[in-house]
Design a protein around this ligand. Structure first.
Ligand code: SF4
Length: 188
């Protein structure tokens, strides 16, 4: 997702819930021009913010979370995005996945592995985990992947999941890692 700096990445990640990156990028193009600081979001008119992010879906809840989150940024962190998992996950609308995205990509801090739908699916197909919940998958991946590659590893799986290992129609014939893959859960 397009962003310049931690605050924009945080906002884009909150908006990305149940929404494509493409749609988020369309919305944030104008949004980031209008709202430039945590205070701008904190003081935003609810109706205006809702209207600006409407097409990302669940816009009322997202607008509410963004305003509350940015009020905390202003009140507790001088308007800056904090750099710890503990502080990030105390912000409204920010769970472990969003915090991992921000820490890994905005600050280069590897404290966990982002587990989205692609990472979950590929980890299972590749036989890296039998777990189903993102939290448990993340814990297993953290034991298998070197910590310095946690952020990159998510990007690799997401890239591969989007371009080769589709949920319904994985392109196993042309897959670059076919020799390594036990194809768990696929009918042969
Ligand atoms: S071999 Fe098939 S199931 Fe395994 S990673 Fe490649 S596309 Fe996915």
């Amino acid at each position: 997702m397009n962003h310049a700096g931690p605050l924009e990445l945080l906002i884009a990640t909150i908006l990305s819930a149940q929404c494509t990156d493409k749609r988020v990028n369309i919305v944030t193009k104008e949004l980031f021009e209008k709202y430039r600081s945590a205070a701008d979001y904190a003081n935003a008119s609810p109706a205006e913010l809702e209207s600006a992010i409407k097409s990302t879906g669940f816009f009322r809840n997202k607008a509410k979370n963004i305003r509350a989150c940015c009020r905390k940024l202003v009140g507790r962190h001088a308007g800056k995005v904090p750099r710890t998992m503990e502080e990030l996950t105390q912000l409204d609308g920010v769970g472990r996945k969003t915090a991992n995205v921000v820490l890994g990509n905005a600050f280069g801090i590897n404290v966990g592995v982002v587990v989205d739908t692609h990472v979950a699916r590929l980890s299972q197909r590749l036989g890296l985990t039998k777990q189903k919940s993102p939290e448990k998958i993340e814990l297993e991946l953290m034991t298998l992947v070197p910590q310095k590659q946690w952020t990159l590893f998510s990007h690799w799986l997401i890239w591969h999941g989007r371009r080769r290992c589709d949920a319904r129609r994985p392109d196993c014939v042309n897959c670059e890692i076919k020799k390594l893959c036990p194809q768990i859960g696929l009918k042969n």
